[in-house]
Every structure is written in C-alpha cells, then in structure tokens.
Design a protein around this ligand. Structure first.
Ligand code: SAM
Length: 307
C-alpha cells in the first residue's frame, strides 16, 4: 500500500517560507496530506482565530505555536512574521475554514511577506466556491466555464438589489456566499430581480453531515427555503446561472443603465427616475421602471427592517 504521508513528507518545503494552507470547510478528512504535513512541520501557525485553529490541530494530533492575525493587528503581525521568516523559520497561515484570501483574511500577510522578499507557497484545498462550481454542471455552459466570484452581497436591501442588478446581465455563472440569517432575504431578492427560469444552485453545509445541493429555477427558491425550517440553517453558497445572450438583450438593462437608475432613484420617484435613466443611457424605459419598482420595494422592506 502507498505510504501517503511519506509521499507528502518526501517533497521539498524550503525554510524562510510562508505557507498559505487551505483547511476543511466542514469535513476534517478534506485536509490534504501536504497540509497535514506542513502544519506539523512549521515553526508556528498564524491564524484568524487561535481557538478555532487550535481545535483543528488537536483533532489531527498536532501541537504547534499559534500566532493570532486579525483585522486589528495584521500590520504588526506581518512584521513579526517577516522577522521570523528572515530568521529562516517556516510559518503557515490558515483562515477559519477553506482557502485563505477567498472572502477571508490573508491577503495582507501574503503581500507583506512577498514585499520583504520571502517565498509564499500556496497549499490548495477546500473552498466552498470551487466545491459548488464543481457540481454546477451545465449551469457553467452559458459562459463556456467562466464564472464571477461575487463573495458576500451587501447586507442592506437597496445595495444588495443594486449588486444583483449588476450581476444579473453577466453572460456567465456567478457565485455568492451567504449567512443563514440573510439567506431568506437574498433568495427573495434574487427571485425578484432575475427571470423566473434562471437556474440557481443552493449549496448548503457542503461536505458536512447534512449537506444539501439543490438546483432549481430561481423563482422557486424562496418557497423551497420556507418549506422546511431546517433549510435556513448552516452555511450557504449560491451559484446563479448566467444570462442567455437573447435574455440578456431582452431582460434587464445593462450595468451602466442600472447604475444611473440607482443614483436617480435615491432622489426621485420610480417613474421619473426610470424615464431620466432611459433618456441618459438609451435603455428601455419599461425595463428600467420595472427594476425601479423592484428596488424601491426592496428598499422599503429594508427600511422597515432597520427602523
Ligand atoms: N475561505 C472560505 C472558502 O474558501 O470558501 C470562505 C470563507 S467565508 C468567511 C465563509 C462563507 O463561505 C460562509 O458564510 C458560506 O457562505 C461559505 N461556506 C463556507 N463553508 C461552507 C460550506 N460548508 N457549505 C456552504 N457554504 C460554505
């Protein structure tokens, strides 16, 4: 039988290097052999949350010194890590789950290490985005496999509707992350803004015990979520199919027209804003008016929710 650990251990892991290590998004067994080896080899593990990473290391039988790197100390932590790299140490960086830098911290540390002339080596592994895309099947056909990663949508309804409007005309699939307390609002906003038949993949709790992967027309998504209260729990990644070329022409106004509409809508009634946006951009008034009404309804709901 192949000695898998020796396979990982037999490779070269230069000293004075920052190793950016992907960790599981929910299933411990997804930690790669190289990740396991490097986490045991490094002089210290820099991480978003020492408690979380401490638990991960304990579960795989490792004990390494941990260095907390968070929003508030990132610059100072980067200096300390650079000094250790300069002394020839190996340092790993891990975020709470998945691939560092993907809607997660890590970018500043990478930037600082590279600027100081240290090697930065990625150890690829789990990411909710790639996991969801890998089972999106023909939803990726519209853009010949291209996709846009949109991260988290803005939490406020109006900003979220603007962001969705900007993504809605893309000719390829797009990926969105969402938290459980906002999933119902986001699915409602997607259903309001997109053509009813546009396909949506809902990836819930990927790689975990209660993993769910549901592909359905976006108009059915709110009802799917409401049908079972347990469906609103956990972590979500959404893949939205791209607009077909004909639908892109006949459907939503282009991104610039939507942006102009958004600005006017902040000052004017929906009808007037749509008319002016149409005059400025050449986009059809009726499509702009429908969008304006949807955004205004969203905004009102948001105002009520925050009042
Ligand atoms: N860096 C991570 C990655 O590579 O996927 C993402 C970090 S981001 C702070 C966390 C978000 O990713 C969650 O709110 C959720 O939207 C998504 N996510 C993480 N794990 C997931 C899972 N097991 N199933 C579905 N979505 C997940």
């Amino acid at each position: 039988m192949t000695d898998w650990i020796s396979l990982a251990a037999g490779q070269s892991y230069p000293s004075g290097t920052l190793y950016v290590v992907a960790t599981p998004i929910g299933n411990l067994a997804d930690l790669s052999l190289r990740a396991l080896h490097v986490l045991g080899l490094v002089d210290a593990v820099a991480c978003e949350d020492t408690r979380n990473t401490g638990q991960l290391l304990t579960r795989v039988g490792l004990h390494r010194p941990l260095l907390a790197v968070h929003e508030h100390n990132e610059r100072e932590a980067a200096e300390r890590i650079n000094a250790r790299l300069a002394a020839g140490e190996r340092i790993a960086y891990v975020s709470d789950a998945g691939t560092p830098g993907i809607s997660d911290p890590g970018a500043r540390l990478v930037e600082a290490a590279r600027a100081a002339g240290h090697a930065v080596v990625p150890l690829p592994g789990p990411s909710a985005t790639v996991a969801a895309l890998s089972v999106a099947g023909a939803m990726l056909d519209s853009g010949d496999g291209r996709f846009t990663f949109a991260g988290f949508l803005p939490p406020k309804a109006r900003a979220r509707a603007d962001a969705i409007a900007g993504l809605a005309t893309l000719d390829h699939a797009w990926v969105v992350y969402e938290a459980p307390h906002r999933i119902a609002d986001t699915l409602a906003a997607l259903a309001a803004a997109l053509p009813a038949g546009r396909r949506l993949l809902i990836g819930r709790e990927l790689t975990k015990l209660f993993e769910q992967i549901q592909v359905l027309p976006v108009s059915e998504a709110p009802a799917w979520l409401a049908a079972d209260p347990s469906r609103a729990k956990g972590e979500f990644v959404l893949v939205v199919e791209g607009a077909a070329p004909a639908a892109a022409d006949a459907g939503l106004p282009d991104a610039r027209a939507q942006q102009v509409l958004g600005l006017l809508l902040a000052e004017l009634p929906a009808k007037r804003a749509a008319k002016l946006a149409a005059a400025i951009t050449g986009a059809p008034t009726d499509a702009l008016y429908r969008l304006a009404l949807a955004q205004r309804a969203e905004g009102d709901a948001d105002d009520e929710a925050t009042a």
